[in-house]
Ligand binder design. Structure first.
Ligand SMILES: CC(=O)SCCNC(=O)CCNC(=O)[C@H](O)C(C)(C)COP(=O)(O)OP(=O)(O)OC[C@H]1O[C@@H](n2cnc3c(N)ncnc32)[C@H](O)[C@@H]1OP(=O)(O)O
Ligand SMILES: O=C([O-])CC(=O)C(=O)O
Length: 394
């Protein structure tokens, strides 16, 4: 359905060349103008959530109060924590994350209000309550998923009321580098929303249109984000670079990259982190990551390889005419940055994407309910009917 406009989606809009805008503001502007955490160089996700919900930037006082409000909402029940800790160690973190969200669902304010029979015009208020709860809780949920999978038995800090979401998440996972706090702020800000048609946001919208509550909708969205053509491409992209490095070591040429890419294409596999359904130029989110690396990360082999792939791969993909966009997307670069700070469990990367995407998806659901958008139910057709239509020429 590319190019078919069929959704009303308030919080963001994607331009094929200029990339994403949140409430009409591009990422350059947001990174400059949205409030930053004290001592940090990047905007906080709390400020961006406020922007997505309301259309305006919060001032410092508002963002501080909002941070406190979200902190109060962030607590996970013992049942949820125990459930996550008892899931099989080998289960993919995205599956654990989605199960964790579902286990919070009995607390849905919307579901309770609906069953009490509140009028339709109040749906948005209960959706807002759930949406804020979800955006707050996913930070702790992600940390519990991470620690119960990779940090078993380790004593780690709990949430800290004085820290913003990103710093809290990084600290709860056992990292203390302040530059990593900043990377996480940038990461959570740039992945937050990508208009309404992405698999994740569209799924949430569709599920919520049946008045399934925001927990059900967000968990469903996460199952879509977990696909390799969508959010899982971030783990696949790092694996692509690491596999290349395993084969060629630290000395390689442009030709090695080109041959490696052609080999993958000849096996009908995709080059993860390249291509896009809408973008037709390099994803500005990828550029923001590269800029962060330039300022904060000493060059290493993987960063050199990432930059060199950016030079070589689009030229190769461009020769394959069916590929409409040969340029890198955000997933091409994020893993290299996370790995630099010691987050070396690729399977976890899409959970971070999911935490960020909660900000956009949840803000949008509030507006969908405020607009009282109807149940989503497009028409479908059988192959026989399609053939009939084609042969009758109608
Ligand atoms: C955050 C995000 O979700 S960003 C996207 C993350 N996903 C990836 O990076 C995975 C690699 N990329 C892709 O698979 C695709 O480019 C997608 C899924 C992102 C977009 O898909 P589409 O809109 O169908 O892209 P497009 O119209 O260019 O596809 C046409 C053909 O080119 C192929 N193609 C597109 N990108 C690539 C790629 N990176 N590597 C190999 N083949 C590709 C498609 O698989 C399709 O092949 P087919 O006709 O044999 O099925
Ligand atoms: O726009 C899309 O389809 C995929 C994407 O980049 C995102 O969801 O961030």
């Amino acid at each position: 359905m590319r190019g078919l406009t069929g959704l009303l989606y308030e919080t963001s809009k994607l331009h094929p060349v200029n990339g994403i805008t949140y409430r009409g503001k591009d990422l350059n502007e947001i990174i400059k103008q949205s409030p930053r955490a004290s001592g940090g160089t990047q905007p906080t996700p709390e400020g961006v959530l406020w922007l997505l919900l309301t259309g305006v930037y919060p001032n410092q006082e508002e963002v501080k109060t909002f941070q406190e409000e979200l902190y109060q909402r962030s607590h996970l029940s013992d049942e949820t924590e125990t459930l996550i800790r008892n899931l099989p160690e080998k289960m993919h973190p995205m599956t654990k994350f989605s199960i964790g969200v579902m286990s919070c669902q009995p607390d849905s304010n919307f579901a309770k209000a609906y069953h009490k029979g509140v009028p339709k015009k109040e749906y948005w208020e209960h959706t807002l309550e759930d949406s804020l709860d979800i955006c707050a809780k996913v930070i702790q949920l992600a940390a519990v998923v991470y620690n119960s999978t990779y940090n078993r038995g380790k004593q780690l800090p709990g949430p800290d009321q004085d820290l913003d979401m990103s710093a809290n998440l990084v600290q709860m996972m056992g990292f203390s580098d302040k530059s990593f706090y900043d990377l996480m702020r940038l990461y959570l800000v740039i992945h937050a929303d990508h208009e309404g048609g992405t698999v994740s946001s569209h799924t949430a919208h569709c599920v919520n249109s049946a008045l399934s509550d925001p927990y059900l909708a967000y968990s469903a969205a996460m199952n879509g984000l977990a696909g390799p053509l969508h959010g899982l491409a971030n783990q696949e992209s790092l694996n692509f670079l690491l596999d290349f490095e395993k084969r060629f070591g630290h000395i390689w040429t442009d030709n090695d990259i080109a041959n490696y890419v052609e080999e993958i294409l000849s096996e009908s596999r995709v080059i993860p982190g390249y291509g896009h359904a809408v973008l037709r130029k390099t994803d500005p989110r990828f550029i923001h990551l590269l800029e962060f690396a330039e300022k904060n990360i000493e060059e290493n082999n993987l960063i050199r390889l990432l930059n060199q792939c950016y030079t070589v791969i689009p030229k190769i993909l461009d020769k394959h005419k069916k590929i409409k966009n040969p340029w890198p997307n955000v997933d091409a670069g994020s893993g290299v940055m996370l790995l630099h700070y010691g987050l070396n469990h690729q399977d976890f990367y899409t959970v971070l994407f999911g935490v960020s995407r909660a900000l956009g998806i949840m803000s949008s659901l509030v507006w969908s309910r405020a607009f009282n958008l109807p149940i989503e139910r497009p028409n479908s057709i059988t192959l026989d009917l399609l053939l009939e239509k084609v042969s009758s020429g109608k």
